[in-house]
Design a protein around this ligand. Structure first.
Ligand SMILES: C[S@@+](CC[C@H](N)C(=O)[O-])C[C@H]1O[C@@H](n2cnc3c(N)ncnc32)[C@H](O)[C@@H]1O
Length: 289
């Protein structure tokens, strides 16, 4: 089996949230006449191999944990169709090996760029379909415009891992230190070239200013982490009917990712149910860091 060490303790937190929501989704929509799809754009291998840590006893057993694809395949009642995608050849092969162990599940494995996969998947849906799309990149591989396909479908609930640590790294506190080579990447990540105006604000004016000289303009500084997270949430809110307050995933106290949930369905009853359940699940796990 291909080893795939990634993530950290926050990974299992994220996957627990996903598992709870998948469980709810297939139960709630069972027998309602819909075809239920699970689409995983950055599916990995189906397993999270634990990383060996420095000084660890070499006899210490290293067990693989279930990754998103395996979790989804184990959901009961099952989805009608599984769409598993990963760009890595090794991971694509591992996914094929994984689905061969589930002969009763209807699975399609692809090796596309995640953005192209999501676009094609959204275009393939018809009115009777309902889906969950899980987008779980390592970092900044997802382009914001891809999310527009999900939002426009009006039949997909989205779980998205947003790399807030990468965004914070690319946008230093002092805007004069912005590295021009990151600009295009940030444009793609946020789907706008106007992020600089949104992410930077004037520094507070000092209470005691120089009484004898000219008062210098206070200059600009980047929003704090919570404000940046709020900006990302509001961007998603421009596309989707409902966006939950994200779960922030931390490593050693540092925010790494926002785990975000959004509903594309504009039907109020469907939205309200998804909102209630996702809020309950996110709150349950938000207390654990
Ligand atoms: C964080 S891992 C996914 C983990 C998986 N969701 C799980 O829970 O087991 C990210 C995956 O994205 C894949 N990947 C990286 N760039 C990609 C791209 N542009 N399109 C699709 N997959 C990509 C990597 O090969 C890797 O398997």
């Amino acid at each position: 089996m291909a080893r795939h060490p990634f993530g950290g303790p926050w990974t299992q937190l994220k996957l627990s949230i996903l598992r709870d929501y998948l469980n709810f989704f297939t139960k709630a929509l069972k027998g309602k006449g819909f075809t239920l799809h699970y689409a995983d754009a950055f599916a990995g291998t189906g397993h999270q191999s634990l990383k060996a840590t420095k000084g660890q006893d070499p006899m210490f057993p290293i067990e693989d944990l279930d990754g998103s694809a395996q979790i989804a395949l184990n959901i009961e009642p099952p989805f009608h169709k599984y769409h598993l995608n990963d760009l890595s050849n090794e991971h694509y092969n591992a996914l094929n090996e994984l689905v061969s162990k589930y002969p009763t599940r209807d699975c399609r494995v692809t090796r596309l760029d995640g953005n192209e996969f999501v676009k094609q998947f959204c275009q393939s849906l018809s009115s009777n379909d309902r889906a969950i799309v899980f987008i779980d990149p390592y970092s900044t591989e997802l382009h914001w415009d891809t999310l527009k396909h999900v939002a426009n479908s009006q039949r997909i609930d989205l779980w998205l891992l947003f790399p807030i640590s990468a965004l914070l790294r690319m946008t230093p506190n002092d805007p004069d230190r912005l590295d021009e080579s990151w600009v295009r990447k940030i444009d793609l990540l946020l789907g706008t070239s106007e992020w600089k105006e949104a992410l930077y604000k004037p520094k507070p004016t000092p209470i005691i200013s120089d009484m004898f000289g000219e008062i210098e303009a206070p200059g600009m500084e980047r929003l704090n982490v919570e404000e940046v997270a709020q900006f990302v949430r509001s961007r998603l809110g421009e596309e989707f009917a409902y966006v939950a307050k994200p779960a922030t995933l931390y490593a050693k106290g540092t925010p790494l990712f926002l785990f975000m949930f959004a509903v594309s369905n504009r039907v109020r009853v469907a939205q309200a149910l998804a909102e209630r359940v996702s809020t309950h699940i996110l709150r349950k796990y938000q207390r654990r860091r």
